[in-house]
Design a protein around this ligand. Structure first.
Ligand code: SF4
Length: 291
C-alpha cells in the first residue's frame, strides 16, 4: 500500500510553494498556520508577499502588530496573525531566531498545537512523526478497516497507532503529502472516487461507503451571518482606514441605513472583544487598528 501510494503521488503531487525541496522551516510554519483556516489556493497566492515582508521570525517579531494584521488581509481569522507574531517573538528570544525541529520544542511555542508542531517537524525537518489533519484522519480510517458510511472517523489514539505502523521510515514527508492529496482529491469526505483510487485493491472500505452527513455545528451569528464574519469585516474596514473610525461609521458601514439599536449594541460587543484581543484600540466612540 505504501509503495503504491507513493508511486501515485510521484506523478500526481499537487505543487505548492511550501512543498519545495529544502524549504525554510519558517516558510513551512507560516504556511501551516495560514492553511489551518484558509484555502490552499489563497495561501499560495498570498504567502510570497507575506514572506517578502517577514522573511524570518525576527523580522516578524520586530514588526508592529498593525503591520502584521495589515499583511494578513484577506486571510480571515485575524487572531492567527497575532498568535503567529507571538510565535515569532518566542522563536527569536528562545531559539535564536531559528525554528526548532523537535515536536516538544515546537509545541512549547505560543499558538502551536499538536497538528502544526507535527507538520513542521515532518515537512521541514523530515522527522517521522504522526501528522493528523482532517484528510489524513479520513483516509487512515477508511484504509485501516471496513467503514460503512462516509462520516466514519476513528479517534486519534486509534489513528496514531495505525499511523505508527504504516508511515515509511525513509519518506515520512512525502507519505503525509501523499495521504493529504489522496484525501483532498479522491478519498473526499462526501464522494470518495474509489474507481479512480490507487488503493482500491487494498482498501477494506473501497466501493462500500454509504453517503451520510453529520449535524452542522451552530455558530454564533447575527442577521443570519456568523459573528466571525462581522468581526472580519470590522478589521477589514479598519485596515483600509488610514485613521481611526467612529463607531457610528463602522456600524453604518456594516448595516447601511438599515441600522437598528440592536445592531449598534452588537457592533459595540464586537469592538470590545477585538480590543480585548489586542487587534484594535478603542478611544471613546472611535476605534482603529492596533499600531
Ligand atoms: S478505495 Fe475508496 S475509500 Fe478506500 S482510500 Fe480509495 S477512495 Fe478512499
Amino acid at each position: 500500500m505504501v509503495s503504491i501510494l507513493l508511486s501515485w503521488y510521484s506523478t500526481t503531487a499537487r505543487v505548492f510553494f511550501w512543498r519545495r525541496p529544502n524549504i525554510d522551516p519558517w516558510v513551512v510554519l507560516v504556511s501551516e498556520v495560514m492553511l489551518q483556516q484558509t484555502q490552499a489556493s489563497r495561501v499560495e497566492q498570498r504567502l510570497p508577499e507575506f514572506l517578502d515582508v517577514f522573511p524570518t521570525p525576527q523580522a516578524m517579531a520586530e514588526a508592529s502588530a498593525g503591520t502584521v494584521l495589515k499583511m494578513w488581509s484577506g486571510m480571515g481569522y485575524n487572531r492567527r496573525a497575532l498568535r503567529l507574531q507571538e510565535t515569532a517573538v518566542a522563536i527569536t528570544e528562545r531559539f535564536a531566531g531559528r525554528v526548532p525541529g523537535e515536536v516538544d520544542q515546537l509545541k512549547s511555542l505560543p499558538g502551536i498545537g499538536p497538528y502544526t508542531s507535527a507538520a513542521v517537524a515532518c515537512f521541514a525537518f523530515g522527522r517521522r512523526v504522526v501528522v493528523l489533519d482532517v484528510n489524513v484522519r479520513r483516509v487512515y480510517t477508511r484504509i485501516s478497516r471496513r467503514c460503512t458510511t462516509t462520516v466514519d472517523v476513528d479517534d486519534d489514539t486509534t489513528l496514531t497507532a495505525y499511523a505508527e505502523s504504516i508511515i515509511p521510515h525513509d519518506s515520512p514527508s512525502q507519505w503525509h503529502h501523499a495521504v493529504m492529496d489522496l484525501g483532498a482529491t479522491i478519498c473526499t469526505a462526501r464522494s470518495p472516487q474509489c474507481p479512480l483510487c490507487p488503493l482500491q485493491d487494498f482498501c477494506p472500505s473501497a466501493h462500500v461507503l454509504q453517503q451520510a452527513s453529520r449535524p452542522k455545528k451552530q455558530e454564533p451569528s447575527w442577521r443570519g451571518q456568523p459573528r466571525r464574519i462581522w468581526r472580519g469585516r470590522i478589521v477589514e474596514f479598519l485596515r483600509s482606514s488610514s485613521q481611526e473610525a467612529s463607531v457610528h461609521n463602522i456600524t453604518t458601514r456594516l448595516f447601511g441605513s438599515d441600522t437598528t439599536s440592536e445592531d449598534a449594541d452588537f457592533v459595540q460587543s464586537l469592538l470590545t472583544s477585538l480590543a480585548t484581543e489586542g487587534m484594535i484600540v478603542r478611544k471613546g466612540q472611535t476605534a482603529q487598528l492596533v499600531d
